[in-house]
Design a protein around this ligand. Structure first.
Ligand SMILES: [Zn+2]
Length: 369
């Protein structure tokens, strides 16, 4: 019985006739469809050509054309990652482009329990990202900072995440042979490495872009020689910056002019040999120690390879003034070390400076429209 019996007889009969007609029609359609699928002799004109609609949509039904993806989003899509919002939402804070910006400094991301002063555990690092995100901070690269390229939506505060020494916990893959392609490298990221954590965070929060600067030493690139090339290529492809931290982590105070040029130029050479054409623009001073031979530290040529450090980043200890401020000095950009609260160092992130900006919003940089 297709319909409830309580309805009137005539009405029920009419319904039954209609229903019979419906089922007969449906069976005929199915038979016709099957014949169309199985019979090679079916006239082509009966079926629409592959991929074209049976009827043309009227003009008002035409869907709006989708704008093309930005090159960066296309690259992320090709790597199987979440995309950045093309039009990010405006943030909650009033503009203040005269405020300061935190340049955060990380060294080791690991839970091996050693060298706590220079270590952040993966769990702590995830927590750092969460509190920055919740409080309206969004990441930019160090080179964007020196260019005053405030690549965050209006109403948000840029923050620069920097990683020194190219330590293994910053960028690692799951066990196995070195990945052969960037897609494989993304899929095999160690979820507890800094890059693995940043990528996972971006997938959950696409408006947290893949931005951070890795100040690398060419003689020790993330611990696995066979993976150096794919790792540097991956950093560049994802949108991160590779920065200069000298070839061998030399203290620049006590070495000759020639040795200073070698520390800079050889590091540039190693990186551009692995990522053709890549130019290091920013330098983190090893130990925060000022170079004795400033000319060679700034720019020069080593074995035919030109190099130039457009800005120096220090070790400690305040939020940085932005370019354009009368007191801005590109060769003395301060950074804030990120350490565990238990160490009770009073010039560190997150506990000291987040609270400071809560009490002094007038000193916090917020991007305008
Ligand atoms: Zn260092």
């Amino acid at each position: 019985m297709l319909f409830p019996v309580s309805r009137g007889n005539q009405e029920e009969r009419d319904d039954q006739v209609k229903a019979r007609g419906f089922w007969v029609g449906l069976v005929l359609v199915l038979i016709g469809g099957l014949a169309g699928c199985t019979s090679p002799a079916q006239p082509a004109a009966v079926l629409p050509a592959h991929g074209t609609p049976a009827t043309e949509p009227s003009p008002e039904e035409t869907p709006p054309s989708t704008p093309p993806l930005s090159p960066e989003n296309q690259r992320l899509a090709d790597l199987g990652l979440a995309l950045y919002p093309e039009e990010p939402e405006k943030g909650p804070l009033p503009a203040n482009e005269k405020g300061r910006i935190m340049v955060l400094m990380y060294h080791r991301i690991t839970d091996d329990g050693k060298d706590q002063r220079w270590t952040r555990t993966p769990e702590d690092f995830r927590h750092d990202l969460e509190i920055l995100y919740e409080r309206g901070y969004r990441p930019i690269n160090a080179r964007q900072f020196i260019d005053a390229d405030w690549d965050v939506p209006p109403g948000y505060t840029p923050v620069v995440l920097t990683f020194d020494d190219s330590t293994p916990g910053q960028l690692a893959f799951t066990p196995g042979e070195p990945p052969q392609t960037l897609e494989e490298a993304v899929a095999r990221l160690d979820p507890d490495s800094a890059v693995g954590i940043l990528v996972a965070f971006h997938q959950r929060h696409p408006d947290w872009k893949l931005r951070a600067t890795f100040f690398v030493n060419g003689n020790a690139l993330f611990g696995v020689p066979a993976e150096e090339k794919i790792k540097l290529e991956l950093l560049d492809a994802l949108g991160f910056e590779i920065g200069n931290h000298t070839y061998s982590h030399a203290s620049l105070k006590n070495i000759s002019a020639e040795a200073t040029a070698k520390e800079m130029g050889l590091n540039q050479k190693v990186v551009q040999d692995l990522v053709p054409g890549y130019k290091l623009r920013t330098l983190a001073l090893p130990y925060g120690i000022w170079p004795h031979h400033m000319d060679e530290a700034l720019s020069g040529t080593y074995e035919g390879i030109p190099y130039e450090n457009e800005a120096f980043f220090l070790v400690g200890s305040n939020p940085a003034l932005p370019p354009g401020d009368p007191k801005y000095d590109p060769y003395r950009i301060p950074r804030i070390q990120v350490v565990d609260e238990a160490l009770q160092l009073d010039t560190t992130f997150p506990y000291t400076w987040l609270g400071y900006f809560d009490r002094h919003p007038e000193n916090r940089f917020v991007k305008g429209d």
